[in-house]
Design a protein around this ligand. Sequence first.
Ligand code: PHE
Ligand code: ZN
Ligand code: ZN
Ligand code: CA
Length: 471
Amino acid sequence: MRKRTLLTPLVLAAVTTAGLTIAPPAALAAGPDISVANTKAHLDQLQSIANANGGNRSTGRPGYKASVDWVKAKLDAAGYTTTVQPFSTSSGTSYNLVADLPGGDTSSVVMFGAHLDSVSVGPGINDNGSGSAGILETALTYAASGQTPRNHVRFGFWGAEELGLLGSKYYVNNLTTAQRSAIKSYQNFDMIASPNVGYFVYDDNTAGNGIRDDFTKYYDGKGIPWEYIDVQGRSDHAAFRSLGLPTGGIFSGAETTKTSAQASKWGGTAGQAFDACYHRSCDTNTNLDLKALDVNVDAIGAMVWAYAAKDYGTTPPPAGGNLLANPGFESGAVSWTGTSGPITSSTSRPAHSGTWKMWLGGNGSTASENEQQTVTIPSTAATAQLSFWGRFDTAEVGSTVYDTLKVQVVRNGVTTTLATYSNVGASATWVQRSFDLSAYRGSSVTVKFVATEDSSAQTSFVIDDTALTTS
Ligand code: PHE
Ligand code: ZN
Ligand code: ZN
Ligand code: CA
């Protein structure tokens, strides 16, 4: 076992102090924890709405409008600006509910959507109460988090998906040219808690799309096997995709039968549908895999946090602001890429502030770990400075360098090492380090931390509260 397993801090301290070689850990979860209990409570509420309205929440029936009203009230109370957009269908009037979080650059809008309607024969709790409840709970958590989004964040709850993706098409067709070009990406969540679950990632990598790879990276980090699925026109991302926008999403499976290969990697029952109640009256609030719901709402959370902060090359944040996203690691590994595991809330080492930090090294065995983030330093800045807090402790003795931490900047593929720290002189007190990056104004730069350890005696390089600021 290595440092990031669930050993008690005391045992762990003993092991690392002795400098023993210990085995690799399970990958650590990334991103905020979106409450699965709250998400399930939203699904129970949607079930009650169906029960009170003839057993369904379908377009043109009262259970749909009641669903819209209930979700709207939740979002309004959390500070969202909501718009109900009516449109007509052959089954009667339907509505899209669009929720904007005030703030962020309105010329770069990141969107997350789910259809809120059910089919007419049932309450539609997995399809698509699950996606709706998932984005709702994430929207509420994001608004309460105190994050300052770089981009403008918008959630869409679509009507009449079950009648042919009507709501999302209506929304897209009624955008002005300016509104359309402001939307930078769209992510779709249609069925995320199928009872005989599969973990599918939309196989859409067009339009310079990082979304697909971000989802697979998320599942990799959780140790969950995933498969691509070619969903093409089967849900509400299609209207956005037809605009040429980057789109993506996840899906837990519908009427298709699970193969034995899929059952061996995901559990569940081979030879049965991923959701045997798909489009049936039995798609109720017991037709759910709550473990899948938990994993997938956290995936939504990771993506909302990451895309809210993503650099689309539009308006830079004001001078004095921190260009680095998630600089104190309190959102987990969000916005940082590299080795799975070092960004941690483990109590075996302190954070400089909050509970999360980046703990590179500390393995006491031969390993190299890195974390990095790419930002653009505005050419208009007068100066640019990188800083971070570091706390380094070691089980090495003597004056030979065995374990190192390099702080690097990469521009156009050229790596510059700003500083190298090692076991020699490591001291377990917090020290802030700063570097002048003014020479990098006007460039896209990757800030990179790389730790390398030899075969025994750990050195822990703990980093927190990073900043890349301009004046
Ligand atoms: N859009 C389908 C429905 O609501 C579900 C689905 C989503 C199927 C994604 C395939 C892929 O019935
Ligand atoms: Zn659906
Ligand atoms: Zn459906
Ligand atoms: Ca922290």
